[in-house]
Structure formats: C-alpha cells, structure tokens
Design a protein around this ligand. Structure first.
Ligand code: PNS
Length: 175
C-alpha cells in the first residue's frame, strides 16, 4: 500500500489544490492532506477552519485523510511511518525555486522524505489562495476558483474581516 502526503497552508483550499488532490488520490492508495504552518506567513483562516474546508471539498474522495500539524513537515513525515512520499503541485514556473528549496530541505532534515511534483492543470495554474482572498474581499465571483461547498463561508468571513479592517483604518484617520 502506497501512501502520499500533500502538505500546504490551504488558506483556503482552492480548485487548484483540489485538482492536485483528485489526481494524487488516483495515483496512491491513500492521500494524507496535511495543513501546516509557514511561520513567516499570516493566515486568514484558523487551522480547524482550513481542515473543515478541506473535509467538505474532499467528502466524495474516500481515500483522502485530512490532518494538521504544528511543526516541521520532516518531523510529521517521521512520525507517520505509513507515509511513503510527499506530493506537491507545481504551478507554471513561479513555484519552482521555492518548491525545489523546500523539497531539498525536507530531504536534508529527513532522508526518507522524497518529494514528487505534479504539474498544475492548465485550467488552475494561475489560481492561488491569495488571489481567491482578494476576489472574495471585493465581492467577485469565486465559482471558478473555489469548491462550491465552501464559497459562502469564505466570502462571509473575508468580507467581514475586510469591512472591519476598513472601519478601523477609517477610525484611525479621524483620531
Ligand atoms: O501552501 P504553502 O503556503 O506553500 O505551504 C507551505 C508549507 C506550509 C507546506 C511549508 O511552509 C511547511 O512545510 N511548513 C511547515 C514547516 C516546515 O517544515 N517548513 C519547511 C522546511 S523549511
């Protein structure tokens, strides 16, 4: 039995992530999608929210497990003795340098942790979580970028946060 792990921030999961999940879940017996933290990034959604979005978006894929971990991917890989390989999606050329660096760092930290890359499909290669968040904040159409089952939750939270931030900025200009 071959098990792969698909790590990411998933803040939030997009159709690009879902495309990789669908394709990887056909290549391996089991796919563990793990929500991790990049301590240099700030996130819009909590880890439980991001896991719940992933659970909803992958509810129809039986061999997918959703997990989260607060630490190094190399350490999580070490703890999960059932996991054989790391899977990452690669969009156009923009991801290459960063992903290449991460794959080598993970292997350096844990020699068992090999990474395989799946090219993003042409339809989703330009889609990113940060782009999705901007579209949502300004009330744009999310339907092509995010699984339908989580549109409303994403839109509600992001427009609420955005309205609060604008109100705060407005209040500060009048201080
Ligand atoms: O979706 P992202 O933001 O590109 O995912 C990056 C993520 C969260 C997978 C990466 O930052 C990560 O693995 N974080 C956990 C800490 C770690 O192991 N970093 C890589 C070695 S420097």
């Amino acid at each position: 039995m071959k098990t792969a792990i698909y790590p990411g921030s998933f803040d939030p999961v997009t159709n690009g992530h879902l495309d990789i999940i669908q394709r990887a879940s056909k290549m391996f017996d089991k796919l563990v999608v793990v929500v991790l933290i990049n301590p240099l990034k700030s996130y819009s959604f909590t880890i439980p929210e991001r896991c719940e979005f992933l659970r909803k978006a992958t509810a129809d894929i039986p061999n997918v497990e959703i997990a989260s971990f607060d630490g190094l991917l190399a350490d999580y890989f070490n703890q999960r003795q059932d996991v054989d390989v790391i899977v990452k999606g690669l969009r156009a050329t923009s991801d290459f340098e960063y992903e290449f660096q991460m794959a080598h760092t993970n292997k350096d930290l844990n020699p068992r942790a090999e990474t395989v890359f799946i090219p993003a499909s042409l339809k989703t290669t330009f889609v990113s979580s940060s782009m999705v968040k901007q579209v949502a904040m300004f009330g744009g159409d999310l339907s092509k970028y995010v699984p339908a089952c989580i549109h409303e939750e994403i839109r509600t939270k992001l427009t609420h946060d955005f309205d609060e931030a604008k109100a705060l900025a407005e209040a500060r200009t009048h201080e």
